[in-house]
Ligand binder design. Structure first.
Ligand SMILES: C[C@@H](C(=O)O)C(=O)SCCNC(=O)CCNC(=O)[C@H](O)C(C)(C)COP(=O)(O)OP(=O)(O)OC[C@H]1O[C@@H](n2cnc3c(N)ncnc32)[C@H](O)[C@@H]1OP(=O)(O)O
Length: 194
């Protein structure tokens, strides 16, 4: 393309010389033409790269909004009362989820929620957490994804440990998985199918 442009410019200059235009004017006109050619080449490059990036998805799944932050608490009634009576938030009833080994209470915050967690049963993951954190503490964050199966496939490839073979049905009746805190900078991460 460069060779074509160069020879075209040479022909173009010769043409102007034949017309008896001064060499100086000829150089100016050639320079203008070259600038135009460069501009259209860069515009073309931008257009091509835009259309490619629209057609090829960088990722087959997308991370969405923060669904909730979960807090493990040793006394669910006291924690419920703090958010409802002291802080004035809208607070749900207590719901037992035996398949997860937890009692849950949701605190509505408008842009997201808090999930208060208390152990249910002897094998509850919250029981071992509370043994190490006697007064309670932040247990996990939950982020929505648009395709949990695609997320699992990609995260497995990237060696992020997923804490169950298959998604479980979470507190909102939707499939969820948990990612190992040691692979997520010390934070247990739950992904929920939006
Ligand atoms: C209803 C549902 C929903 O919202 O939809 C729920 O919430 S269910 C919520 C409850 N379900 C879950 O949590 C399911 C996923 N969780 C799990 O599989 C487990 O709890 C693990 C996260 C793998 C931890 O297992 P386990 O307590 O047996 O192991 P461990 O005590 O030896 O912990 C291994 C290391 O991870 C750290 N570790 C443990 N739990 C952690 C947590 N929540 N956040 C950050 N780090 C944590 C420990 O300090 C330890 O680090 P060091 O070695 O440095 O001391």
């Amino acid at each position: 393309a460069v060779l074509h442009c160069t020879s075209f410019l040479q022909d173009f200059s010769t043409f102007y010389l034949h017309l008896d235009v001064t060499p100086c004017l000829c150089v100016i006109l050639s320079f203008r033409l070259l600038t135009r050619l460069q501009t259209s080449a860069s515009t073309l490059r931008t257009l091509l790269s835009n259309s490619f990036s629209q057609n090829i998805p960088s990722c087959l799944w997308k991370l969405g909004r923060l669904n909730h932050v979960a807090i493990a608490v040793p006394d669910l009634d006291k924690a419920q009362s703090l958010y409802k009576d002291v802080l004035g938030a809208q607070v749900s009833e207590t719901v037992a989820l035996p398949e997860h080994g937890v009692y849950t209470v949701f605190v509505e915050l408008g842009n997201t929620k808090l999930e208060l967690l208390h152990p249910l049963g002897e094998k509850s993951p919250i029981a071992s957490f509370l043994q190490k954190n006697k007064t309670g503490g932040m247990h996990h964050i939950c982020i929505e994804v648009d395709d949990i199966k695609a997320a699992m496939a990609e995260l497995k490839k990237k060696k992020i440990r997923i804490l169950s073979e298959e998604p479980k049905i979470g507190a909102h009746g939707k499939p969820v998985i948990f990612l190992h805190p040691k692979d997520c900078h010390g934070v247990l991460v739950e992904l929920e199918q939006a």
